[in-house]
Design a protein around this ligand. Structure first.
Ligand SMILES: Cc1cc2nc3c(=O)[nH]c(=O)nc-3n(C[C@H](O)[C@H](O)[C@H](O)COP(=O)(O)O)c2cc1C
Length: 166
């Protein structure tokens, strides 16, 4: 798929079928996140893809069912490995790369910022460290709900006047 086609087709998907995302495709999506630019090339993010059903259930149970992730069959977590004044922007670049790669692979995705708050406590950071087998507890910046789209919804219109060429 051309990049512009993925940009135009990407939409937030909030309902998913039971079909699982393959390991191969998850690797491609995570790779797209890692390949994103970071300010001063700090590469201060850790991108973790999760497709194991029992792990996802455990994680969702931790946040009281995890309705914020819409029953996604796969998740991506973007952690801050070390603090950097450009972390937010770095995470944004990684996120968009991954959303576009998912679209390219015909996998539905939704950017879930809400996860940051849900996993912000020290206890939640420790929980994610254990369950995801991380070397340290890291701050969760952003996350993605992934899977195959169930309900087709129209693309949201974007305001063309928000762009200008002189
Ligand atoms: C920074 C950011 C945070 C977002 N956080 C959430 C979220 O926590 N939950 C959610 O359902 N959607 C979230 N979204 C998705 C937006 O609601 C969505 O992109 C917007 O409504 C436009 O729709 P579209 O993605 O279909 O174009 C987020 C998007 C961005 C860019």
């Amino acid at each position: 798929m051309e990049v512009i086609e993925a940009i135009k087709k990407r939409q937030s998907v909030r309902s998913f079928t039971d079909r699982e995302v393959s390991l191969e495709d998850m690797k491609k999506i995570v790779e797209a996140g890692v390949l994103a630019p970071t300010g001063r090339n700090s590469q201060n993010l850790l991108v973790v893809g999760v497709r194991d059903k029992s792990l996802i259930t455990q994680i969702m149970n931790y946040i009281s069912g995890g309705k914020e992730y819409y029953g996604a069959t796969a998740l991506v977590f973007v952690f801050e490995k070390f603090s950097d004044d450009l972390s937010e922007l770095n995470a944004g670049a990684a996120m968009e790369n991954m959303l576009l790669r998912a679209t390219d692979l015909h996998i539905g995705s939704c950017w879930i910022h809400r996860g940051r708050k849900l996993f912000s406590s020290d206890a939640a950071k420790l929980f994610l460290k254990e369950v995801l087998n991380l070397d340290k507890p890291y701050l969760l910046l952003e996350s993605i709900a992934l899977g195959y789209q169930k309900d087709v919804v129209p693309l949201k219109e974007k305001n063309p006047s928000n762009g200008k060429v002189i």
